[in-house]
Design a protein. Structure first.
Ligand code: GLU
Length: 424
């Protein structure tokens, strides 16, 4: 059967093809872009890619490099050191606004140019070339292929970088930028000139959606903590002075670039990239914004759409027949606080007359730390009440030293866990 998803993406291309806006023209490489190019790419967290239109056209990454460079700087400097240099507040201002926090000189966030230039300077490396090489290499691992730098876009960008040089000199003057300001802007301009396609960007975004693990190679490229920080800053500051509109209408952590790309990462689900060069007054792709609005509405992708995880966490609860009955709780899905709470509540409220309880996690896909602790605590308390507890956990949804310390009976099959009682 032919999947309906590519057909749906083609429909979106048709529906979102407005001609409004204008291609960035401050450098010849951007001015030369074909304004009618339009591509969409989705990459799921299991590495499946769907695309439509010009998904293989190359363009420079521009500001979509900012969250990834921030992730690398967080890894190189640590979160605390980064917080001392760069704030995490939405600026409500244009991307190249000249504003630093009075007193500390910190840029408002790492998505506006001041913060992004400072971020670049905090990536490990002796100069702009080394720092960009570190970034190019890391972006390539996220994209799943070797990316290159568009040298002519870099030269044009750097030759006209007067405002960015102004920002860097100002940061040097207030003492927040340590390195040579010209070198920081040279490196930042190179970073913006890394060449990508919609498909590359969708894979990079999917790496964020997948908590830092590249979906096809399985490599943990960024830490979970860094990804959480990157996505938070994308959500609040990624769309500059349109961040509030974006949050309410689209609700997906995102970043746009002046080349016409927009990336979005929906945690746990999908990475999205759209490319079309005509820009609105905020410097974001007109069709890109329209496409994201449409995808979010059609596919229920807004992060504030309420999911009813809790209600479906307990798949079944039953008592086996026979002379030695056992009570079985079957847990399913991705268990976080609300899901675990449903299971914990059902177990806590039940009268256990069977003397043996089996928690079957065969269909539990993943338990976060809170989910694990809550289930282990319930098992411990049942034990204190004199009830035997066994776990069925073939895929090790429960793991770590606290599981071994619990001394729980562990089984790979429900039948074995039930039979273990009858055997004695
Ligand atoms: N290289 C551009 C600049 O810093 C990036 C701007 C953007 O993509 O929004 O001016």
């Amino acid at each position: 059967m032919h999947s309906p998803i590519p057909d749906y993406l083609l429909e979106v291309l048709d529906a979102c093809g407005t001609d409004g806006g204008a291609v960035a023209d401050y450098i010849p490489e951007l001015a030369a872009a074909d304004p009618d190019r339009f591509g969409i790419c989705l990459a799921t967290v299991d590495g499946t890619v769907y695309s439509a239109g010009n998904a293989e056209t190359t363009f420079t990454i521009q500001s979509m490099s900012k969250p990834f460079a921030y992730g690398v700087a967080l890894a190189d400097q640590g979160h605390e050191a980064m917080a001392e240099k760069i704030d995490v507040e939405p600026s409500g201002e244009a991307f190249n606004e000249i504003s630093l926090e009075p007193g500390t000189g910190r840029p408002k966030n790492a998505m506006i140019n001041a913060g992004a230039i400072l971020t670049h300077s905090l990536v490990a490396g002796d100069d702009g070339i080394q720092r960009t090489e570190r970034l190019r290499e890391m972006f390539s691992r996220c994209a799943g292929r070797e990316l290159r730098i568009d040298e002519s876009a870099f030269t044009s960008e750097f030759d006209t970088a007067h405002r960015n040089l102004g920002l860097a000199h100002m940061m040097k003057a207030v003492g927040i930028l340590d390195c040579d300001p010209v070198e920081a802007v040279r490196g930042y301009s190179r970073q913006c000139s890394i060449e990508v396609t919609c498909r590359d960007l969708a894979m990079m975004a999917a790496t964020l959606a997948n908590a830092g693990v590249q979906p096809t190679t399985g490599e943990q490229i960024l830490s979970r903590r860094s990804v959480r920080q990157m996505l938070s800053v994308m959500m609040t500051c990624g769309m500059y002075d349109a961040a509030g509109d974006w949050m309410t209408d689209v609700g997906i952590p995102a970043k746009s670039g002046v080349s016409g790309g927009v990336i979005g990462a929906l945690p746990g689900q999908v990475g999205i990239a759209v490319f079309s060069p005509r820009l609105d007054s905020h410097g974001s792709s007109v069709r890109g914004v329209e496409t994201f609005e449409r995808l979010s509405t059609d596919m229920g992708m807004h992060m504030m759409e309420v999911a009813h995880e809790g209600r479906s966490a307990l798949r079944d609860a039953f008592t086996t027949d026979g002379p030695d009955p056992v009570t079985v709780y079957q847990v399913q899905g991705d268990l976080r606080f609300t899901g675990a709470e449903t299971v914990v509540r059902a177990i806590s409220e039940a009268e256990h007359t069977t003397g043996r309880v089996v928690l079957d996690l065969t269909r539990a896909y993943r338990l976060n730390d809170v989910g694990q602790r809550m289930l282990l605590e319930v098992a411990r308390r049942l034990g204190l009440d004199g009830i035997e507890v066994a776990m069925v956990d073939p895929d090790h949804a429960l793991h770590g030293p606290h599981v071994e310390a619990s001394g729980l009976e562990m089984f790979d099959h429900l039948d074995a866990a039930i039979a273990a009682r009858a055997d004695r």
